[in-house]
Design a protein around this ligand. Structure first.
Ligand SMILES: CC(=O)N[C@H]1[C@@H](OP(=O)(O)OP(=O)(O)OC[C@H]2O[C@@H](n3ccc(=O)[nH]c3=O)[C@H](O)[C@@H]2O)O[C@H](CO)[C@@H](O)[C@@H]1O
Ligand SMILES: C=C(OP(=O)(O)O)C(=O)O
Length: 442
């Protein structure tokens, strides 16, 4: 028996209630922001996922005292003794997540030095960090690329600057925010990303004493301040996990109530869900959430183009494609955020789906990847009867989509590599059990 394999007996609808907590893509950044304060910070609703463990480990290596609070998911961070960490110890986390690159600004302000191990994260494209480094250099950082990682200093401190991102990168926007809040002078960031997780990070930084103006047309202006205090914050709910369960409800013909889910961050997803033929009901009460279900009848083929916010989020794409294998007609998917995020469709085809991938920009909007040999569009012909097949999980969201496909398929599949799913989905095995799925460890 290994914890990395799940045996999935598919073919029955998922039905029941599960709960989502703080967003993976906010919580990890909020934890890094705690480094910037002079006093302790407190975060609620932190999910027990691998990315949180990694960032906790990195903070502790830098002398931050991280303690569990009284409530489940409550974490406190005391940054009063931040110190330089041992490179060998930091490198234990090499290749495990993308978050270490965001330590640059806070560590440069606290210590004048940052060592950043090689990054991990999903293998869905080249995922360069050129925008991050360019912005940091413009602010006065000196970046030395060493065989074991990036060695970064700021001999004269970080200075405010005017910087325009070539593409509204989430991580690079967060990099600039975390570096500029305590830089000397004003920073103007143009073509910034404005994802809800970024707005929530800005809310946290404001609680800490930062002065950040979000203007129209993707312009963010940050006035550097001399000191920041700790924060207390309840993060926005995880809109990617929510969409994943919503897609699972649709693909299996089920009915899932996602407690904690919030409509505001999911408008584009909910529009597509309606067009496909899914049903949802919003419960706005403080303990509310969103119920997602398959109302019966046929699902309809759609055009789905991923984009930066407020577009259809790329991390929603993979789970939703499994539901699209059940829709009548030809659905078109155009992935415009990552150049290699459709490889997982091979496994869906092995399970009986009919998905053809293309290098061209299908769907109407030419993107950065057109005419560059990247297989980034797909046509899905449905509905297809999915049949069990063993699958190996390649990355986080593809992993969840393979799991959904196995749940929707007739027969028993083995899903290998489920540890990868733990990077972003808290307690997913318990949640599957709560939804009546028939799964067991392999
Ligand atoms: C931990 C986290 O929050 N991860 C999310 C974050 O990833 P992440 O912050 O890594 O994603 P980015 O928004 O930076 O990447 C978007 C695109 O910009 C390109 N790029 C980015 C930076 C750079 O310096 N140079 C460059 O070319 C990337 O290769 C990619 O094609 O936003 C993505 C887009 O919503 C989500 O899919 C990820 O779940
Ligand atoms: C791409 C993702 O995450 P990361 O940036 O952490 O690899 C994701 O959450 O789907």
């Amino acid at each position: 028996m290994t914890t990395d394999v799940l045996v999935v007996h598919g073919g029955s609808p998922l039905r029941g209630q599960i709960r989502v907590r703080g967003a993976k893509n906010l919580v990890s950044k909020a934890m890094v922001a705690a480094l910037l304060g002079d006093t302790p910070s407190r975060l609620y609703d932190v999910p027990a996922i691998r990315d949180v463990e990694i960032v906790r480990g990195l903070l502790e290596l830098h002398g931050v005292r991280v303690t569990d609070g009284e409530l489940p998911g409550e974490l406190s961070f005391d940054p009063s003794n931040v110190e330089r960490a041992n490179v060998d110890e930091i490198n234990v986390h090499a290749g495990s997540s993308r978050i270490p690159i965001l330590f640059c600004g806070p560590l440069l302000h606290k210590l004048g030095h940052a060592f950043i191990p090689d990054l991990g994260g999903c293998n869905i494209g080249g995922r360069p960090i050129d925008f991050h480094l360019q912005a940091l250099r413009e602010m006065g950082a000196v970046v030395d690329k060493t065989p074991s990682g990036l060695d970064i200093t700021a001999p004269n401190g970080l200075q405010g600057t005017k910087f325009e991102l070539p593409y509204p990168s989430v991580g690079a926007t967060e990099q600039v925010l975390l570096a500029a809040v305590r830089a000397h002078g004003v920073t103007e960031l143009r073509n910034a990303a404005v994802e809800p997780e970024i707005m929530d990070l800005i809310a946290i930084l404001q609680k800490m004493g930062a002065i950040i103006n979000v203007h129209t047309d993707r312009v963010i202006e940050i006035e550097g301040v001399d000191r920041l205090r700790g924060y207390t914050h309840r993060p926005i709910p995880d809109r990617i996990e929510t969409a994943s369960w919503a897609a699972a409800a649709l693909a299996t013909g089920g009915d899932v109530y996602v407690q904690g889910a919030r409509q505001a961050d999911m408008m584009t997803f909910l529009n597509l869900y309606t067009k496909v033929g899914g049903a949802f009901d919003i419960d706005d009460s403080p303990t509310g959430g969103i119920r997602f279900w398959h109302p019966g009848g046929e699902l309809k083929a759609v055009l789905l183009e991923t984009d930066v916010h407020p577009g259809f989020m790329t991390d929603w794409q993979q789970p939703m494609v499994v539901a699209l294998t059940q829709a009548r007609g030809l659905s078109i998917v155009h992935e415009t955020v990552y150049e290699r995020r459709l490889g997982y469709t091979d496994a869906l085809n092995q399970m009986g789906a009919t998905i053809q991938t293309y290098r061209e920009c299908l769907g109407g909007t030419p993107c950065r990847f057109g005419r560059r040999n990247f297989t980034h569009s797909a046509v899905i012909a449905g509905p297809s009867k999915l049949i069990a097949h063993d699958v190996v999980i390649p990355d986080l969201r593809a992993g969840f989509s393979h799991l959904i496909a196995a749940l929707a398929a007739e027969g028993t599949s083995k899903v290998y590599g489920v540890e990868l799913i733990r990077r972003g989905y808290e307690d997913f095995e318990a949640k599957l059990a709560a939804l009546g799925a028939s799964v067991e460890k392999g």
